[in-house]
Design a protein around this ligand. Structure first.
Ligand SMILES: Nc1nc2c(ncn2[C@@H]2O[C@H](COP(=O)(O)OP(=O)(O)OP(=O)(O)O)[C@@H](O)[C@H]2O)c(=O)[nH]1
Length: 344
Protein backbone atom coordinates (compact mmCIF):
# COMPACT_ATOMS: atom_id res chain seq x y z
CA UNK A 1 0.00 0.00 0.00
CA UNK A 2 1.39 3.41 -0.89
CA UNK A 3 0.74 6.43 1.30
CA UNK A 4 -0.91 9.23 -0.62
CA UNK A 5 0.88 12.58 -0.40
CA UNK A 6 -1.43 15.20 1.10
CA UNK A 7 -2.51 17.92 -1.32
CA UNK A 8 -0.27 20.96 -0.84
CA UNK A 9 -1.98 23.88 0.86
CA UNK A 10 -2.12 27.02 -1.29
CA UNK A 11 -0.19 29.83 0.24
CA UNK A 12 -0.42 33.58 -0.44
CA UNK A 13 2.29 36.01 0.62
CA UNK A 14 0.80 39.40 1.41
CA UNK A 15 3.33 42.20 1.49
CA UNK A 16 3.60 45.97 1.06
CA UNK A 17 5.41 48.84 2.77
CA UNK A 18 4.59 50.23 6.22
CA UNK A 19 1.04 51.48 6.33
CA UNK A 20 0.26 50.58 2.72
CA UNK A 21 -2.97 48.83 3.74
CA UNK A 22 -2.06 45.14 4.16
CA UNK A 23 -4.11 44.50 7.31
CA UNK A 24 -7.05 46.44 5.90
CA UNK A 25 -6.97 44.27 2.79
CA UNK A 26 -6.52 41.10 4.85
CA UNK A 27 -9.58 41.90 6.95
CA UNK A 28 -11.57 42.36 3.80
CA UNK A 29 -10.29 39.14 2.24
CA UNK A 30 -11.09 37.17 5.38
CA UNK A 31 -14.73 38.20 5.12
CA UNK A 32 -14.87 36.58 1.68
CA UNK A 33 -16.07 32.95 1.53
CA UNK A 34 -12.99 32.08 -0.56
CA UNK A 35 -10.89 32.68 2.54
CA UNK A 36 -13.29 31.35 5.12
CA UNK A 37 -10.99 28.44 5.88
CA UNK A 38 -7.68 30.22 5.87
CA UNK A 39 -4.93 30.23 8.48
CA UNK A 40 -3.19 33.55 8.86
CA UNK A 41 0.32 34.29 10.04
CA UNK A 42 1.14 37.92 10.73
CA UNK A 43 4.68 39.18 11.17
CA UNK A 44 5.64 42.46 12.72
CA UNK A 45 8.91 44.15 13.39
CA UNK A 46 8.11 45.24 16.96
CA UNK A 47 8.95 43.26 20.08
CA UNK A 48 5.26 42.90 20.76
CA UNK A 49 3.07 42.90 17.70
CA UNK A 50 -0.27 44.62 17.50
CA UNK A 51 -1.31 43.76 13.95
CA UNK A 52 -2.74 40.39 14.87
CA UNK A 53 -5.00 42.19 17.34
CA UNK A 54 -6.30 44.31 14.51
CA UNK A 55 -7.08 41.37 12.25
CA UNK A 56 -10.78 40.83 12.73
CA UNK A 57 -12.87 37.69 12.40
CA UNK A 58 -10.28 34.97 12.71
CA UNK A 59 -8.97 35.56 16.18
CA UNK A 60 -8.24 31.89 16.78
CA UNK A 61 -6.67 31.20 13.41
CA UNK A 62 -4.19 34.06 13.55
CA UNK A 63 -0.64 33.36 14.60
CA UNK A 64 1.49 36.38 15.41
CA UNK A 65 5.17 36.30 14.66
CA UNK A 66 6.48 39.39 16.35
CA UNK A 67 9.90 40.19 17.72
CA UNK A 68 11.79 40.85 14.55
CA UNK A 69 11.49 40.78 10.84
CA UNK A 70 10.79 37.58 8.95
CA UNK A 71 13.33 38.39 6.31
CA UNK A 72 16.11 38.91 8.87
CA UNK A 73 16.02 37.38 12.31
CA UNK A 74 12.86 35.33 12.25
CA UNK A 75 13.38 32.87 9.43
CA UNK A 76 13.83 29.94 11.84
CA UNK A 77 10.69 30.99 13.71
CA UNK A 78 8.76 31.06 10.47
CA UNK A 79 9.74 27.48 9.72
CA UNK A 80 8.78 26.37 13.23
CA UNK A 81 5.47 28.22 13.07
CA UNK A 82 4.53 26.73 9.73
CA UNK A 83 5.55 23.24 10.85
CA UNK A 84 3.58 23.63 14.09
CA UNK A 85 0.53 24.75 12.14
CA UNK A 86 0.74 21.65 9.96
CA UNK A 87 1.12 19.40 12.98
CA UNK A 88 -1.88 21.01 14.68
CA UNK A 89 -3.90 20.62 11.48
CA UNK A 90 -2.86 16.99 11.02
CA UNK A 91 -3.72 16.21 14.66
CA UNK A 92 -7.07 17.96 14.43
CA UNK A 93 -6.09 20.59 17.01
CA UNK A 94 -6.92 23.34 14.52
CA UNK A 95 -9.53 23.17 11.76
CA UNK A 96 -8.21 21.78 8.47
CA UNK A 97 -7.38 25.15 6.99
CA UNK A 98 -7.45 25.22 3.20
CA UNK A 99 -5.14 28.15 2.62
CA UNK A 100 -2.34 29.97 4.33
CA UNK A 101 -1.95 33.73 4.20
CA UNK A 102 1.30 35.19 5.48
CA UNK A 103 1.28 38.94 6.05
CA UNK A 104 4.84 40.22 6.21
CA UNK A 105 5.98 43.23 8.15
CA UNK A 106 6.10 46.43 6.12
CA UNK A 107 9.88 46.36 6.02
CA UNK A 108 10.26 42.78 4.82
CA UNK A 109 12.17 41.82 1.73
CA UNK A 110 10.02 39.01 0.29
CA UNK A 111 12.98 37.20 -1.33
CA UNK A 112 14.42 35.43 1.73
CA UNK A 113 10.94 34.52 2.93
CA UNK A 114 10.14 32.85 -0.38
CA UNK A 115 13.52 31.17 -0.39
CA UNK A 116 12.96 29.86 3.11
CA UNK A 117 9.66 28.33 2.10
CA UNK A 118 10.59 26.96 -1.27
CA UNK A 119 13.95 25.48 -0.23
CA UNK A 120 12.66 23.73 2.89
CA UNK A 121 11.90 20.16 1.80
CA UNK A 122 8.96 19.45 4.06
CA UNK A 123 7.34 22.87 3.87
CA UNK A 124 7.75 22.96 0.10
CA UNK A 125 5.92 19.63 -0.05
CA UNK A 126 3.03 20.73 2.16
CA UNK A 127 2.60 24.38 1.08
CA UNK A 128 2.36 25.58 -2.49
CA UNK A 129 3.16 29.23 -3.09
CA UNK A 130 0.30 30.55 -5.14
CA UNK A 131 1.08 34.21 -5.43
CA UNK A 132 2.75 37.27 -3.98
CA UNK A 133 0.23 40.04 -3.40
CA UNK A 134 1.74 43.48 -2.84
CA UNK A 135 -0.27 46.43 -1.58
CA UNK A 136 0.96 49.78 -2.88
CA UNK A 137 -0.25 53.14 -1.60
CA UNK A 138 -1.40 55.09 -4.66
CA UNK A 139 -0.56 58.40 -2.93
CA UNK A 140 2.88 57.78 -1.44
CA UNK A 141 3.96 54.72 -3.47
CA UNK A 142 6.51 56.36 -5.79
CA UNK A 143 8.12 58.36 -2.97
CA UNK A 144 8.33 55.27 -0.76
CA UNK A 145 9.74 53.10 -3.53
CA UNK A 146 12.38 55.72 -4.32
CA UNK A 147 13.44 55.98 -0.66
CA UNK A 148 13.25 52.36 0.49
CA UNK A 149 14.73 49.41 -1.41
CA UNK A 150 12.44 47.06 0.52
CA UNK A 151 9.41 48.75 -1.05
CA UNK A 152 10.89 48.47 -4.53
CA UNK A 153 11.51 44.76 -3.99
CA UNK A 154 8.02 44.18 -2.70
CA UNK A 155 6.65 45.73 -5.89
CA UNK A 156 9.08 43.97 -8.19
CA UNK A 157 8.29 40.54 -6.78
CA UNK A 158 4.52 40.90 -6.98
CA UNK A 159 2.25 38.68 -9.01
CA UNK A 160 -0.66 40.86 -8.00
CA UNK A 161 -0.57 44.48 -6.95
CA UNK A 162 -3.43 46.05 -5.06
CA UNK A 163 -3.45 49.83 -5.33
CA UNK A 164 -4.72 51.20 -2.03
CA UNK A 165 -5.79 54.72 -1.03
CA UNK A 166 -7.08 55.33 -4.55
CA UNK A 167 -9.89 57.23 -2.84
CA UNK A 168 -7.29 59.73 -1.61
CA UNK A 169 -5.04 59.90 -4.68
CA UNK A 170 -5.20 62.68 -7.24
CA UNK A 171 -5.30 61.54 -10.90
CA UNK A 172 -1.65 62.67 -11.24
CA UNK A 173 -0.52 60.66 -8.20
CA UNK A 174 -2.28 57.61 -9.47
CA UNK A 175 -0.82 57.93 -12.96
CA UNK A 176 2.67 58.33 -11.51
CA UNK A 177 2.23 55.23 -9.34
CA UNK A 178 0.88 53.13 -12.20
CA UNK A 179 3.61 54.26 -14.57
CA UNK A 180 6.28 53.34 -12.05
CA UNK A 181 4.69 49.96 -11.39
CA UNK A 182 4.55 49.14 -15.08
CA UNK A 183 8.33 49.52 -15.15
CA UNK A 184 9.03 47.77 -11.86
CA UNK A 185 6.59 44.90 -12.19
CA UNK A 186 5.52 44.63 -15.83
CA UNK A 187 3.99 41.17 -15.41
CA UNK A 188 2.00 41.93 -12.27
CA UNK A 189 -1.76 42.26 -12.44
CA UNK A 190 -2.69 45.61 -10.94
CA UNK A 191 -6.08 46.11 -9.31
CA UNK A 192 -7.70 49.09 -7.63
CA UNK A 193 -8.72 48.18 -4.08
CA UNK A 194 -12.11 49.81 -4.65
CA UNK A 195 -12.97 47.46 -7.52
CA UNK A 196 -11.13 44.43 -6.27
CA UNK A 197 -11.85 41.05 -7.84
CA UNK A 198 -10.94 38.69 -5.00
CA UNK A 199 -11.19 35.50 -7.06
CA UNK A 200 -8.71 36.93 -9.57
CA UNK A 201 -6.45 38.03 -6.73
CA UNK A 202 -6.32 34.54 -5.25
CA UNK A 203 -5.80 32.77 -8.57
CA UNK A 204 -2.44 31.01 -8.85
CA UNK A 205 0.20 33.04 -10.56
CA UNK A 206 0.89 31.94 -14.11
CA UNK A 207 3.95 34.08 -14.70
CA UNK A 208 7.35 32.70 -13.73
CA UNK A 209 8.67 34.82 -10.91
CA UNK A 210 12.13 36.30 -11.32
CA UNK A 211 14.68 35.09 -8.80
CA UNK A 212 15.88 37.74 -6.38
CA UNK A 213 18.91 37.61 -4.17
CA UNK A 214 18.04 38.73 -0.66
CA UNK A 215 18.92 42.29 0.23
CA UNK A 216 21.74 42.82 2.65
CA UNK A 217 20.33 42.11 6.10
CA UNK A 218 18.94 44.89 8.21
CA UNK A 219 16.95 47.92 7.20
CA UNK A 220 19.36 50.82 7.36
CA UNK A 221 18.51 53.51 9.85
CA UNK A 222 14.90 52.43 10.26
CA UNK A 223 14.10 51.52 13.82
CA UNK A 224 11.06 50.21 15.57
CA UNK A 225 10.17 51.48 19.01
CA UNK A 226 7.62 49.72 21.15
CA UNK A 227 5.93 51.63 23.93
CA UNK A 228 3.88 49.83 26.55
CA UNK A 229 2.27 51.61 29.44
CA UNK A 230 -0.17 50.85 32.23
CA UNK A 231 -0.97 54.54 32.53
CA UNK A 232 -4.08 55.59 30.62
CA UNK A 233 -4.42 58.87 28.72
CA UNK A 234 -7.48 61.05 28.85
CA UNK A 235 -9.05 61.42 25.45
CA UNK A 236 -7.96 65.06 25.30
CA UNK A 237 -4.39 64.14 26.22
CA UNK A 238 -4.38 61.49 23.53
CA UNK A 239 -5.44 64.02 20.89
CA UNK A 240 -2.68 66.36 21.97
CA UNK A 241 -0.07 63.60 22.08
CA UNK A 242 -0.87 62.66 18.49
CA UNK A 243 -1.03 66.26 17.36
CA UNK A 244 2.43 66.83 18.75
CA UNK A 245 3.90 63.72 17.22
CA UNK A 246 2.36 64.59 13.92
CA UNK A 247 3.29 68.22 13.74
CA UNK A 248 6.82 67.88 15.06
CA UNK A 249 7.93 64.51 13.76
CA UNK A 250 5.78 63.32 10.86
CA UNK A 251 8.46 63.60 8.16
CA UNK A 252 10.50 60.89 9.77
CA UNK A 253 7.79 58.93 11.49
CA UNK A 254 6.96 56.27 8.93
CA UNK A 255 4.32 54.53 11.02
CA UNK A 256 2.55 54.77 14.36
CA UNK A 257 -0.01 52.17 15.32
CA UNK A 258 -1.41 50.33 18.25
CA UNK A 259 -3.92 50.37 21.06
CA UNK A 260 -4.23 53.10 23.67
CA UNK A 261 -5.81 52.86 27.10
CA UNK A 262 -8.16 55.78 27.59
CA UNK A 263 -9.31 57.01 31.02
CA UNK A 264 -12.93 57.54 29.97
CA UNK A 265 -13.29 54.13 28.26
CA UNK A 266 -11.38 51.61 30.37
CA UNK A 267 -13.06 48.59 28.74
CA UNK A 268 -12.34 49.55 25.15
CA UNK A 269 -8.99 50.39 23.59
CA UNK A 270 -8.58 53.22 21.12
CA UNK A 271 -6.99 52.13 17.83
CA UNK A 272 -4.25 54.43 16.57
CA UNK A 273 -3.38 54.33 12.88
CA UNK A 274 -0.88 56.79 11.47
CA UNK A 275 1.12 56.66 8.26
CA UNK A 276 3.49 59.63 8.09
CA UNK A 277 1.33 62.71 8.68
CA UNK A 278 -1.95 60.98 7.82
CA UNK A 279 -3.78 59.75 10.91
CA UNK A 280 -7.05 57.88 10.60
CA UNK A 281 -9.97 59.05 12.73
CA UNK A 282 -9.37 57.11 15.98
CA UNK A 283 -11.96 54.46 16.77
CA UNK A 284 -12.66 52.30 19.80
CA UNK A 285 -12.67 48.52 19.55
CA UNK A 286 -15.69 46.89 21.22
CA UNK A 287 -13.39 45.29 23.78
CA UNK A 288 -9.73 44.59 24.48
CA UNK A 289 -8.65 41.82 22.11
CA UNK A 290 -6.69 39.92 24.79
CA UNK A 291 -5.89 40.01 28.51
CA UNK A 292 -3.26 42.68 28.10
CA UNK A 293 -4.95 45.99 28.82
CA UNK A 294 -1.93 48.21 28.54
CA UNK A 295 -1.29 50.84 25.94
CA UNK A 296 0.81 49.22 23.21
CA UNK A 297 2.15 51.55 20.57
CA UNK A 298 4.60 50.80 17.80
CA UNK A 299 6.45 53.66 16.15
CA UNK A 300 8.65 53.04 13.13
CA UNK A 301 10.94 55.75 11.88
CA UNK A 302 14.47 56.76 11.06
CA UNK A 303 16.63 56.72 14.18
CA UNK A 304 13.87 56.82 16.75
CA UNK A 305 15.08 57.56 20.28
CA UNK A 306 12.91 55.34 22.47
CA UNK A 307 13.23 57.56 25.52
CA UNK A 308 11.70 60.55 23.83
CA UNK A 309 8.56 58.78 22.68
CA UNK A 310 8.18 57.21 26.12
CA UNK A 311 8.86 60.56 27.78
CA UNK A 312 6.29 62.31 25.65
CA UNK A 313 3.69 59.67 26.41
CA UNK A 314 4.47 59.80 30.12
CA UNK A 315 4.15 63.58 30.09
CA UNK A 316 0.59 63.24 28.84
CA UNK A 317 -0.36 60.21 30.90
CA UNK A 318 0.75 61.99 34.05
CA UNK A 319 -1.70 64.85 33.78
CA UNK A 320 -5.40 65.39 33.43
CA UNK A 321 -6.65 66.92 30.19
CA UNK A 322 -4.50 69.96 29.65
CA UNK A 323 -6.32 73.22 29.22
CA UNK A 324 -5.18 75.81 26.74
CA UNK A 325 -2.39 77.43 28.80
CA UNK A 326 -1.05 73.97 29.69
CA UNK A 327 -1.21 72.97 26.10
CA UNK A 328 0.79 76.05 25.10
CA UNK A 329 3.35 75.18 27.75
CA UNK A 330 3.63 71.66 26.46
CA UNK A 331 4.13 72.86 22.93
CA UNK A 332 7.00 74.95 24.22
CA UNK A 333 8.35 72.16 26.40
CA UNK A 334 11.83 70.79 25.84
CA UNK A 335 10.11 67.41 25.40
CA UNK A 336 8.77 68.78 22.19
CA UNK A 337 11.71 68.44 19.90
CA UNK A 338 11.87 70.39 16.71
CA UNK A 339 14.14 70.32 13.68
CA UNK A 340 15.70 66.84 13.80
CA UNK A 341 13.96 66.04 17.08
CA UNK A 342 12.31 62.78 18.05
CA UNK A 343 13.18 60.96 14.89
CA UNK A 344 16.28 62.91 14.07
N1 LIG B 1 -8.51 56.18 2.73
C1 LIG B 1 -7.96 54.96 2.76
N2 LIG B 1 -7.31 54.53 3.86
C2 LIG B 1 -6.77 53.29 3.85
C3 LIG B 1 -6.87 52.43 2.72
N3 LIG B 1 -6.22 51.27 3.02
C4 LIG B 1 -5.73 51.42 4.27
N4 LIG B 1 -6.06 52.62 4.78
C5 LIG B 1 -5.70 53.17 6.10
O1 LIG B 1 -4.28 53.24 6.18
C6 LIG B 1 -3.84 52.95 7.52
C7 LIG B 1 -2.87 51.78 7.49
O2 LIG B 1 -3.55 50.62 7.06
P1 LIG B 1 -3.09 49.15 7.46
O3 LIG B 1 -4.00 48.21 6.77
O4 LIG B 1 -2.94 49.01 8.92
O5 LIG B 1 -1.64 49.11 6.79
P2 LIG B 1 -0.53 47.96 6.91
O6 LIG B 1 0.12 47.87 5.58
O7 LIG B 1 -1.11 46.71 7.47
O8 LIG B 1 0.45 48.63 7.97
P3 LIG B 1 1.73 47.95 8.69
O9 LIG B 1 1.29 46.59 9.15
O10 LIG B 1 2.02 48.87 9.81
O11 LIG B 1 2.82 47.92 7.71
C8 LIG B 1 -5.10 52.65 8.31
O12 LIG B 1 -5.48 53.85 8.94
C9 LIG B 1 -6.10 52.27 7.25
O13 LIG B 1 -7.44 52.53 7.64
C10 LIG B 1 -7.58 52.92 1.55
O14 LIG B 1 -7.70 52.25 0.51
N5 LIG B 1 -8.10 54.18 1.65
Amino acid sequence: MTLRQPEPIPFTLLTGFLGAGKTTLLNRLLRDPALAEAAVVVNEAGEIGVDHLLVEHVAEGVVALAGGCLCCSLRGDLITTLEDLLRARDNGRVPPFQRLVLETSGLADPAPILQTLTLHRYLAMRYRLESVVTVIDAVTGPETIAAHPEAARQAAMADHIVLSKTDLATPEQRLLTETLLRRLAPAAIVQDVRTLDIAALLAPSVVARAEFEPLVEGHGAIRTVMLTSEAPLTRASYDLFVELLRSAHAPKLLRLKGLVKIVEEPDRPLVVQGVRHVFAEPRFLDRWPDDDRRTRLIAIGEGLPTELLAGLYAAFAGRVAPDQPDRAALLESPLTPRGGGLMG
